[in-house]
Design a protein around this ligand. Structure first.
Ligand SMILES: [Zn+2]
Length: 167
């Protein structure tokens, strides 16, 4: 396998599990295959295989060509490995991860949180405003949560991801 192929197979297996890695290896070997062919070749039931292929497609590791089966009237999907540079795929994932963390940070910054010392449940201000700061479940008086550590960790994770560049 070329270096690019190895990177793609390793990415697939790291992100979606060992079977996904084998799917990519198989596709690199045969060029193109349908869901059924892959399911048979790898001994995985066809529904799980389709789910896996869709996940791989979401991650942009595979693409497909759709062909109408004239006799049966349905579509056949021929899957192949992406032509994209693995660095671009990684870059895309990095950007998505930063987005998710930013949204999480915004949520943490814009909310005040409370925890119940009795049952351990966590609430936002809005959720308990009508309960006079008592736990809606067990009635205990809630503690305000200091989330400054969580905020700092999120900011640090974002900073690190922003420094990474894959392309
Ligand atoms: Zn409680």
């Amino acid at each position: 396998m070329s270096e690019r192929s190895q990177v793609l197979a390793a990415l697939a297996s790291k992100i979606h599990g060992a079977v996904a890695g084998r799917v990519v290896e198989r596709l690199l070997r045969v060029g193109e295959a349908t869901d059924e062919q892959l399911s048979q070749a790898l001994g995985v039931d066809v529904n799980s295989m389709r789910r896996l292929l869709n996940e791989l497609y979401e991650s942009r590791l595979v693409r497909y060509r759709r062909v109408r089966d004239v006799e049966q009237g349905w579509y056949l999907y021929y899957w192949r490995v992406t032509d994209e540079d693995p660095a671009r795929i990684l870059e895309e994932r990095r950007r998505k991860a930063v987005e998710v963390l930013r949204r999480r940070l915004e949520y943490e910054e814009n909310n005040t949180f409370f925890r119940c010392p009795e049952c351990g449940r966590k609430y936002t201000f809005d959720e308990i405003a009508d309960y006079m700061f008592r736990c809606p479940e067990c009635g205990a008086i809630l503690d305000a949560v200091d989330n400054s550590m969580a905020l700092e960790k999120l900011r640090e994770a974002i900073r690190r991801l922003e420094e990474l560049k894959f392309e």
